[in-house]
Design a protein around this ligand. Sequence first.
Ligand SMILES: [Zn+2]
Length: 320
Amino acid sequence: MVDCAICLSRDGYDSQASRYENRDADLFDCPVCGRFAASRNALIESLSPENPRLSRLLRAVLSHRNRLKNSRTRNIDVIMTYDVEKLIEDSPSLPSPAQQAVNAIRFIGEQIQQNFQPLGSLPASFQAFVGAPTRQYALKLVRELSDRGLLSFVDSSTLSNRYDVSQVDLTLGGWERFEGEKRGEFASNVGFIALKFGDTVLDPFVTDIIKPGIAEIGYELIDLRDVSRAGVIDNILRAQIRDAAFVIVDLTHDNSGAYWEAGYAEGLGKPVIYICERQKFDERKTHFDTNHCTTVLWSLDDGRGFIKELNATVRRSLAI
Ligand SMILES: [Zn+2]
């Protein structure tokens, strides 16, 4: 048993480590952060507990990202010195406390849904799934959610030296919140747009017309270029779609990535609004799986009319 190279086992959960295949790297299995590998160089230098530039907060970000990655794929990337340096340079923040609370409800709800029994305890990984800086902070959120009547638990801190909870369950109010969040009702005031990048017509149309247009109804519209940072792009993409209030998908180029993102968002129950350039739609339609869906058509010569219809569609789908 060793200290985890990411969280340094500060919350008391030892990690296992072994040589990663025949590479110059170690494979870790941490109850908090999950499975990951790190190069020997990174372990000695940037991930070292002695590195003051890799703050506790940034370690929590790394832990959160690794958990998201673990929950989606069995592939293990080796964390290199470069990756840690990039993280320090970008200095991303953890999800906001409000978003952490949403993540906590989601995590607890998904666990309970497996057999509809209260959770005997919250796993060591809870803080990393939630994106909380420490376990104690994650447990504080649980207490506050309980104060708001969204969940119930039994205080089990008398059974051990530290504060902890057991028999965690969602109340009916908590389940409503869980379901509502999946539909995007409690998501941020951010919408996500999926599109083909690098198109000389669409790119300026998105920047100059669609984004400012959506801002008129109080939503910030982002695409993957606004959020791509060091880390695993497809996980960031999933998280962005999950946390978005709605997703707009441009089908003008029959871009397979955009279709995938639409399917992922539909599967989560998010409102998905399709848009397409009018001439392309009239001449060649869109893919058969989506051509029964409402599609708002755009053309360069009527940006204003398009925004009016798009915003009305967004409002209708969000019931605002
Ligand atoms: Zn760890």
